[in-house]
Design a protein around this ligand. Structure first.
Ligand code: GLC
Length: 575
């Protein structure tokens, strides 16, 4: 080989190694474990979880094998929306702990090699936040920190005070007016969520600066990234004209959601994170919450290669589009659409649940727990697990008179069960003792799911096969190069059976086969993928498969041409 040939081989090898290295940046194949701190573990006996409870259970988190923890809001709050009406963005809510315990938790997680991601809530503060109290009085620079507008007099609008809001904008929570009149300032303020959550005014550079400083405060303490809540609602069209009302009487939100200016502000937040990333070459992660059902709108939150915004916007399409009626073709389409529509330069992510949705075990039924954990943990990209998903933890049962969530409180009796987010925010099920080991108090802020006697971490850890064991086995498999960096193909083998192929150079390939149907299926994997070997090794099966051992009690070999799966079952095989 001549010098030129050698050089190009070297160059290719170099490119390959650097692209693998880029793929291996910590967050790219990470599993992020989302914790709702009020509900993880209560150590002071008041029925509400706390940071000390997380600190004392880092071992559980470490044993899961996850790479990062994301804590939903830990900041002082007036509890109108539990952490999302913040009164001080640079502190810890005293119900949850204080900055010292926070420091201890951060250190402990870091010592265990686990990253910590915090919520950042840029759209609004609490109406009890010092900035808003000053803003009401139009004091100093704070007068312009929120979106204030005069209303207009109207005979017909309201018999009592006859002042009509500036336009027809509607709030995302509760669906009422997005404007509330303040009697002191004699103007309306905008709130795209609850009236206790006034929107910050991002037309004001001082607001952008102050909020960027909040990021700096936590980055300086050592946090590894942020999940930025509700960013779709950040900026508003400055014409303040009425929004179009859609066919179902809902606003189309074309003046209040996903506005062009959102991306400019978010790019500034990203620049702050990158400032820290550059110091030590460890990526500070930026995840944003976009609410849109349109791939093209969601995609904008990635920014571009030259002007990056988020590392990724949450992929809510598995939550929005999939249900128990979805067959293998639907699953394949939704997964492949994300890969295709987001493009090669943008990093994928997979989410099955969070504190705003009913739990997987309820939305899909418990039969789906292994299937879905196995599925998303086999996909290329970052995976987010909502605490308890590893156990197939079900929703809590919450009566109307026990309602905490404002969405539930605002809903009618008939809508309550569906609208309330309390059931998904129930205490973690540690063991089969009373209160599931969550608290020394029998009265937790949300009732413990009555299934704790059967479904809990201790029982599942102690048994040979369980949802938890399967979850952990999948995470171990993700540590291999094939799942970390390998290519992926997601195929519907037939209407009911989905196959995920992962392959990477000479490393063993991984083949996941899932039967979403309601009867036994026998499939020939070679029909759609001729390059597969004739037999495949067993790695893992969902809890409802029991015949994976041969007569010598060794995991059996599976014939690629003849794989049999019971209904709602999954197999993980390797070459
Ligand atoms: C985010 C949170 C949600 C909260 C909303 C309003 O979307 O996930 O729980 O209600 O922000 O602040």
């Amino acid at each position: 080989m001549g010098r030129k040939g050698l050089l190009s081989v070297l160059l290719i090898a170099l490119q390959l190694t650097s692209s693998i290295a880029a793929d291996l940046d910590w967050w790219k194949s990470a599993v992020i474990y989302q914790i709702y701190p009020r509900s993880f573990k209560d150590t002071d006996g008041n029925g509400v979880g706390d940071l000390q409870g997380i600190l004392e259970n880092v071992k559980y988190i470490k044993d899961l094998g996850v790479d990062a923890v994301w804590l939903t809001s830990i900041y002082p709050t007036n509890d109108a929306d539990f952490g999302y009406d913040i009164t001080d963005m640079r502190n810890v809510y005293n119900t949850l702990g204080n900055l010292t315990v926070f420091g201890d938790l951060l250190k402990k997680l870091h010592d265990e090699g686990i990253k910590l991601i915090l919520d950042f809530v840029p759209n609004h503060t609490s109406n009890k936040h010092d900035w808003f109290l000053k803003s009401i009085m139009n004091r100093d620079k704070y007068g312009k920190y929120y979106v204030w507008r005069a209303g207009s007099m109207s005979e017909e609008y309201d018999a009592i005070n006859k002042i009509k809001p500036p336009n027809n904008w509607a709030a995302a929570i509760g669906g009422g007016d997005a404007w509330t009149y303040d009697n002191f300032r004699k103007e309306f303020y905008l709130h795209q969520f609850l009236e206790q959550q006034p929107d910050l005014n991002y037309e004001n550079e001082d607001v952008i600066k102050d909020m960027t400083d909040v990021l700096d405060f936590w980055l300086h303490k050592g946090v590894d990234g942020f999940r930025m809540a509700g960013v779709f609602a950040l900026c508003e069209n400055q014409d303040f004209a009425d929004e179009v009302i859609g066919p179902d009487k809902k606003r189309l939100h074309e003046k209040t959601y996903d506005q062009p200016k959102n991306f400019n502000v978010l790019a500034k937040f990203r620049a702050k994170l990158d400032e820290y990333t550059r110091k030590d070459n460890v990526t500070r992660l930026m995840i944003v919450e976009s609410n849109s059902s349109d791939f093209n709108t969601v995609k904008k939150y990635y920014g571009t290669k030259d002007a990056p915004i988020a590392h990724f916007p949450f992929n809510f399409f598995l939550i929005k589009n999939m249900n128990t009626s979805s067959n293998a073709t639907d699953w394949a389409r939704t997964i492949n659409n994300w890969y295709k529509d987001m493009g090669e330069d943008n990093h994928p992510n997979w989410v099955l649940g969070n504190h705003d949705q009913h739990r997987v075990a309820n939305r899909f039924t418990s039969e789906y727990v292994d299937l879905l954990n196995i599925l998303i943990l086999s996909l290329k990209g970052t995976v987010i697990t909502y605490y308890g998903e590893e156990l197939g933890m079900p929703d809590s049962i919450v009566r109307m008179d026990q309602a905490q969530d404002p969405l539930g409180k605002k809903s009618s009796y008939s809508d309550f069960l569906w609208e309330s987010r309390d059931p998904a925010r129930g205490p973690f099920l540690w063991n089969g003792n009373k209160t599931a080991g969550f608290s020394s108090s029998l009265k937790s802020w949300i009732p413990v799911s009555p299934s704790y006697w059967q479904i809990n971490a201790k029982t599942q850890n102690d048994s040979d096969r369980s949802h938890l064991k399967i979850y952990k086995e999948m995470i171990s498999l993700r540590k291999n190069l094939t799942l970390k960096s390998g290519d992926i193909e997601v195929i519907d083998v037939n209407d009911n059976v989905l196959a995920v192929y992962r392959y990477f150079d000479d490393n063993p390939s991984v083949v996941v086969v899932i039967n979403f149907g309601s009867k036994e299926e026998k499939v020939n994997l070679l029909e759609k993928r001729k390059s597969l070997p004739e037999s495949l090794n067993f790695y893992l099966a969902s809890s409802n498969i029991n015949d994976f051992k041969d007569k010598d009690n060794k995991p059996k070999l599976y014939k690629s041409s003849e794989i049999t799966l019971p209904p709602k079952a999954a197999l993980v095989l390797t070459t």
